[in-house]
Design a protein around this ligand. Structure first.
Ligand SMILES: Nc1ncnc2c1ncn2[C@@H]1O[C@H](COP(=O)(O)OP(=O)(O)OP(=O)(O)O)[C@@H](O)[C@H]1O
Ligand SMILES: [Mg+2]
Length: 119
């Protein structure tokens, strides 16, 4: 399973990508996550990982439309792959009740379903 984390702070590896706030960045995020998860030895997580990255990068662009976001892929101490998206918004992601007709509020439910944990 994949843990997706949205957090702040420094991190010390080179599996990270700066993404400009433009639509083409979502495609770049998907390609980057697929490559990193494969290289790190998690090819079976690629399908979920690209969906998670798409949702988190789209959210970052909505929340901080003027600044780039940072996407990182790493492996945690328990040997789980972690996908992180850092943005400059002071607001926090919140899982919304998406009713049947709602056109929004579904992204984090997808992330929640695909991840072991997220924050
Ligand atoms: N990176 C973020 N920074 C700040 N707020 C966020 C961030 N990501 C999500 N949120 C908040 O959490 C809410 C729920 O996010 P979610 O992705 O589930 O829905 P959405 O982006 O509004 O719609 P959808 O993903 O279905 O198009 C958002 O509406 C927003 O208020
Ligand atoms: Mg969303």
């Amino acid at each position: 399973m994949i843990t997706a984390a949205r957090c702040r702070g420094e991190f010390g590896n080179d599996r990270e990508l700066k993404l400009d706030p433009e639509p083409s960045s979502v495609r770049k995020a998907r390609d980057f996550v697929a490559k990193q998860l494969t290289e790190l030895g998690f090819p079976r997580c690629v399908e979920d990982g690209i969906l998670i990255a798409s949702e988190l990068v789209t959210n970052a662009q909505k929340a901080a439309p003027e600044t780039p976001c940072l996407l990182a892929v790493r492996v945690d101490a328990g040997y789980h792959p972690v996908i992180e998206v850092h943005d400059t918004s002071p607001a926090l992601p919140e899982l919304r009740d998406a009713d049947f007709l709602s056109e929004e509020g579904r992204g984090l439910h997808i992330v929640d379903a695909l991840c072991e944990a997220w924050e």
